[in-house]
Design a protein around this ligand. Structure first.
Ligand code: FMN
Length: 249
């Protein structure tokens, strides 16, 4: 059953447990078309997507990335920043491709395009009653191995993967920051920002304490700092260089 736009956007939550059943082909086609119609910088469409249905490959990815959604979801979409296609096109026309992918803005352009494409897929899938979960660890855990497994050429790097399937759970909604912390009026900032953030920190701790699964006393701030500390060990600059994003300016 299709959801309204309001239900699609406001009831969305990440789904990490899926039924075994297949996704109807019409739903997959809708997701593919939504991906294709993503707005992109310059209409350059600096992204591509790999759709993965093969269970053996999904299991390899689950093991490599240590995220079980890869194997339990029916379908995985891998969102890539892609400057290979335009390079191929330029070569085919005998034109020289400027090394835009070696600039910070090139990296941003490809990353934003791929992220928006993922959001198109999320909205499309959710609106048809499917569940989704982004998997950012696909980017960070072992970029060299995953690039090899998926045959990524130079100029292409994995931004994020997305698991899609028929939901087997309806987890509680995660409380988000209140509107005044997210949407500022006319200029950056809000009064009493620190206090409001500490309020939100307590809201998340309460949510963690009382949630139906994985209850804990983790607060939001410490949890985030923990993730960032972990992220300090990722070798993303090196990984990006190896993918053909040399970040020179
Ligand atoms: C870019 C990105 C990467 C993410 N990576 C992962 C991941 O690797 N594993 C996971 O279980 N959830 C992942 N998530 C899901 C977030 O944990 C989730 O969106 C967040 O906790 C908010 O919960 P909600 O989606 O239910 O509102 C990711 C989300 C985004 C947007």
């Amino acid at each position: 059953m299709n959801k309204t736009v309001e239900q699609t956007l406001l009831d969305r939550r990440s789904i990490r447990r899926y039924e075994r059943e297949a996704i109807p082909e019409a739903d997959l086609d809708f997701i593919r078309e939504a991906i294709r119609n993503t707005p992109t910088s310059y209409n350059g469409q600096q992204f591509s997507v790999i759709e993965i249905a093969d269970q053996t490959l999904k299991e390899q990815l689950a093991e490599l990335v240590r995220q079980k959604q890869f194997k339990t979801s029916n379908r995985v979409f891998v969102f890539l920043s892609d400057f290979n296609k335009i390079s191929v096109a330029a070569r085919a026309k005998g034109l020289e491709m400027p090394p835009f992918n070696d600039t910070a803005d090139g990296l941003i352009v490809g990353t934003v395009d791929a992220a928006l494409a993922m959001m198109s897929a999320i909205a499309a899938a959710e609106s048809h009653g499917l569940g989704t979960c982004p998997i950012g660890y696909a980017r960070t855990v072992d970029p060299a191995a995953i690039s090899e497994l998926l045959g990524l050429p130079q100029g292409v790097y994995l931004v994020c993967a997305l698991a899609v399937g028929v939901p087997r759970e309806v987890p509680q909604m995660k409380p988000k920051q209140p509107r005044e912390l997210v949407i500022f009026r006319e200029k950056y900032g809000v009064d009493n920002m620190a206090e409001r953030l500490l309020d939100y920190d307590r809201t998340i701790r309460e949510y963690h304490l009382h949630r139906e699964t994985n209850a804990s006393d983790a607060d939001w701030i410490s949890e985030m700092l923990g993730y960032y500390r972990e992220g300090m060990d990722y070798q993303m600059l090196d990984a990006l260089h190896k993918r053909g994003y040399a970040l020179k300016k």
